[in-house]
Design a binder for this molecule. Structure first.
Ligand code: MSP
Length: 532
């Protein structure tokens, strides 16, 4: 991720999700990763703004509401309150804002932006005849139209994502997207980080090189959308309205001071299916309006279940609470950050979550924390002993910790949470290895070795202190429990106030600190769910 200027806010967005149905873990995935990254930046002491929200307009939502005998407003209001807001609590997201595109701040901001485009002659009126995918709310070029097969027999489908197409003829407004081909190619060339990872960048570059046509941006055959300000018979094409949420939530057109502080966004996190909207249409719109471009668009891959993209329509959609109810929100967050390389497709399964839960969380981390606390309890009556002279083994732990902190921090900048967690786990493994080698339970039997025992347990407790801080962005609940068990709150202050850059400095927990056994952080779980 490109460097953020210190005076600016680190502003991260997720896509705004269509409210046609309840959220599944594909939606939860982007939100959790964005949450981990923004919590990490907050733990660095940076000013952060994390935005997520909902995309309520468009034909897909309208048709789903109609199919359920509801107006789109009734349908979305109900789903937002019963499903979409609660899921943020389920997955423990600490977003700073939540925008719905039906809110006044969004509608008026979107209208202001559109009027500005119109006044700048970036928009003109014309006739559209062509193909539209309701599934992906996308106009599809003739070159990308194919004959459907199987259940799509007799229909046209999009070569871009296989979705079924409808032919439409309408009087529409157009955005002069075709004017931006060269400027966009120059942008990708001069700023290779603008679209990441490289696979997404390559796709975008080759798409733009094929040539860009002007884009139909309004619809006049239905009215579920934001009205075009100068022609109220039209509503805005949902994408050209939805992308604007990143501006309207940041105060565009309403709060100039806030907008100045937040815009441009540091990174838009998106799934790879919507990278073209974010890396082609969006920057072109901003160029047309004379506004600064976001620093980066980072595309992740699919969650695959049984080798197939997980989706509601394929009936392999898993709700976040199905997993959280079994494993807890911390393990849920950990699993998606650790087991999948952000930017690539990743297979998930109940067995894999279950196995990692026990091996990495319960046995690797949780057990380490409870063993150390239990030994300080039984050998030192719960008062943290002071370290004596540090030997080679302790220096090894300290060096591993310093390296892990640096590596994890760099991985977060590279939007690679899986690497950040792998680096943090070097500390878990190092501490477990250290205890196995130093055998404090044997040292404890020899009264003359009291100082050595103190050094070992002090070193282990210091390692746990570092783990609590580094894992706080990923697993806030168990990190808070560990922080409490280490008695760190009274000695060092709130966990949220511990800074990543100072965390590796050794010897912060004062001797005498009251250490208690943490509640079982990751209790054993019998897997009852069917294998998927
Ligand atoms: N409303 C648009 C986004 C507008 S942003 C200005 C939209 N919504 S969506 O609900 O269909 O998808 C939202 C995000 O969920 C996309 O980034 C999409 O990639 C992601 N996912 C949907 N299914 C997914 C998986 N199976 N795996 C990972 N992410 C998936 O598109």
């Amino acid at each position: 991720m490109p460097e953020n200027e210190p005076s600016r806010t680190f502003y991260v967005t997720t896509p705004i999700y269509y409210v046609n149905d309840a959220p599944h873990i594909g939606h939860g995935y982007t939100t959790v990763i964005g949450d981990i990254i923004t919590r990490w930046h907050r733990q660095r002491g940076e000013r952060v703004w994390y935005l997520t929200g909902l995309d309520e307009h468009g034909l897909k939502v309208l048709r789903k509401a109609e199919a359920n005998g509801k107006t789109p407003k009734e349908w979305t209001d109900h789903l937002v309150e019963t499903e979409w807001r609660p899921v943020l609590t389920t997955i423990d997201a600490a977003n700073d804002d939540f925008i719905r595109t039906s809110e006044e701040r969004h509608e008026s901001g979107a209208q202001k932006f559109w009027q500005d485009l119109y006044d700048r002659d970036a928009v003109y009126r014309g006739e559209f005849a062509g193909w539209y995918s309701v599934g992906s709310e996308e106009f599809v070029d003739e070159a990308d139209v194919r004959d459907g097969e199987g259940e799509d027999e007799g229909h046209k489908v999009s070569a871009l994502d296989g979705s079924r197409l409808e032919h439409i003829t309408e009087d529409n407004y157009f955005f002069r997207l075709g004017d931006y081909q060269q400027r966009l190619l120059d942008l990708y060339e001069s700023n290779p980080d603008f679209v990441q990872p490289t696979s997404a960048r390559n796709e975008v570059v080759s798409f733009v090189k094929r040539g860009l046509k002007d884009l139909s941006i309004s619809r006049s055959t239905f009215d579920w959308g934001v009205q075009v300000p100068w022609d109220t018979k039209h509503v805005m094409y949902v994408w050209i309205e939805a992308l604007l949420n990143y501006l309207t939530a940041a105060g565009y057109g309403q709060d100039e001071e806030k907008f100045e502080r937040l815009w441009p966004a540091s990174v838009h996190l998106v799934g790879k299916d919507i990278v073209r909207f974010h890396a082609i249409i969006w920057p072109a719109m901003l160029m047309a309006a004379g506004l600064p471009l976001p620093k980066q668009v980072f595309a992740h891959g699919w969650l695959l279940v049984g080798g197939q993209k997980m989706s509601k329509s394929k009936l392999n959609g898993i709700r976040p609470d199905e997993l959280v109810n079994v494993f807890g929100s911390d393990a849920y967050r950990y699993y998606f950050a650790r087991a999948i390389t952000f930017g690539q497709d990743g297979s998930i399964s109940w067995e894999d979550i279950h196995a990692r839960y026990h091996a990495e969380l319960a046995n690797g981390f949780g057990n380490l924390a409870s063993r150390v606390a239990a030994m300080i309890g039984s050998y030192f009556e719960g008062a943290l002993p002071a370290a004596g002279e540090l030997g080679a083994a302790e220096q090894g732990v300290i060096a591993t910790v310093a390296q892990a902190v640096a590596d994890a921090d760099a991985a977060i900048d590279a939007v690679a949470p899986q690497d950040a967690l792998a680096a943090v786990w070097n500390i878990v493994d190092e501490l477990n290895g250290y205890l196995t080698e130093q055998e404090p339970w044997k040292v404890a039997k020899d009264e003359t070795q009291r100082e050595r025992l103190s050094t070992i347990l002090n070193t282990a407790a210091e390692g746990l202190r570092v783990l609590a801080v580094l894992l706080n962005p990923v697993m806030p609940k168990s990190s808070a429990a560990l922080w409490g068990a280490l008695g760190a709150e009274s000695a060092l202050g709130a966990l949220a106030d511990q800074r990543i850059d100072g965390v590796a400095a050794w010897g912060q927990l004062p001797a005498g600190t009251v250490v208690t056994k943490p509640p079982s952080l990751f209790p054993r779980i019998e897997l009852e769910q069917p294998a998927s």
